[in-house]
Design a protein around this ligand. Structure first.
Ligand code: HEM
Length: 130
């Protein structure tokens, strides 16, 4: 049986494995390698803090992911399919490595945040020009 996510080391493993997949993904990889040339030495620790806060309510992440993705959408348009792939890869990575209450919470949180991002990005784009 797999274990649950219980430590910072677990979060690091999850985040590292997830971005290993994302980077080479045919549908969304280019956002990280071409649209933004992500500095992984900086981005990975930000993501460790993000998931630490999301799963253990530690408040160590301070950032504005919604604004950052709206900006990304302006650099290169995001689509529903992009978000679906992101969520598919994230869920797949969690399921490969962990199971339990926090593993389920991670998957639920990723889907709800993704939904909010999409509402914000796509609704705004669909508003008539004023
Ligand atoms: C189509 C889907 C997505 C794409 C292509 C994408 C891409 C990116 C990129 C390129 C960055 C910037 C990295 C940098 O500048 O160093 C980023 C940052 C980030 N992403 Fe996403 N993302 C997606 C969905 C999501 C979702 C669903 C979540 C949350 C569950 C998320 C959480 C974050 C966070 C927390 C950051 C860091 C923001 C900060 O610097 O504070 N992303 N993403």
């Amino acid at each position: 049986m797999k274990k649950d996510i219980t430590s910072k080391a677990d979060i690091e493993m999850l985040v590292n494995r997830f971005y290993d997949k994302v980077k080479v993904d045919d549908l969304i990889g280019y956002f990280f390698t071409k649209v933004v040339q992500v500095n992984w030495d900086k981005h990975l620790p930000v993501m460790y803090r993000f998931w630490d806060s999301a799963l253990f309510f530690t408040g160590v992440y301070e950032g504005k992911p919604l604004e950052i993705h709206e900006h990304l959408n302006q650099l290169s348009p995001l689509s529903v399919e992009h978000f679906q792939r992101w969520n598919e890869l994230f869920t797949q990575t969690v399921d490969e490595l962990f199971e339990g209450e926090k593993a389920t919470l991670a998957k639920d949180r990723s889907i709800s945040i993704s939904t909010v991002m999409q509402l914000k990005i796509f609704k705004k784009n669909n508003l008539p020009a004023s």
